[in-house]
Design a protein around this ligand. Structure first.
Ligand SMILES: [Zn+2]
Length: 72
């Protein structure tokens, strides 16, 4: 089961624990989306919860789009 971390303020939102000035370390936004995609597919969290964890509209759209594609 995928564990969804609740990041501390000032750390990367993907949950890796790295200190950041913005939301993510470079590239970790995509990593966060794929983590959340996996968690929703496994049933660990609901899609609306996953969407709330993402800080920008473009990332929310990416999650929605990714979830709409078939699993290989
Ligand atoms: Zn990170």
């Amino acid at each position: 089961m995928t564990k969804i971390n609740t990041p501390e303020p000032g750390t990367c939102k993907c949950g890796c624990g790295e200190q950041v000035k913005r939301d993510y370390r470079p590239g970790h936004d995509a990593r966060h989306v794929s983590q959340l995609t996996r968690a929703v597919r496994e049933g660990a969290i609901e899609k609306r919860v996953a969407l709330r964890l993402l800080p920008t509209e473009s990332l929310r759209e990416k999650l929605t789009r990714t979830l709409a594609t078939k699993v290989a």
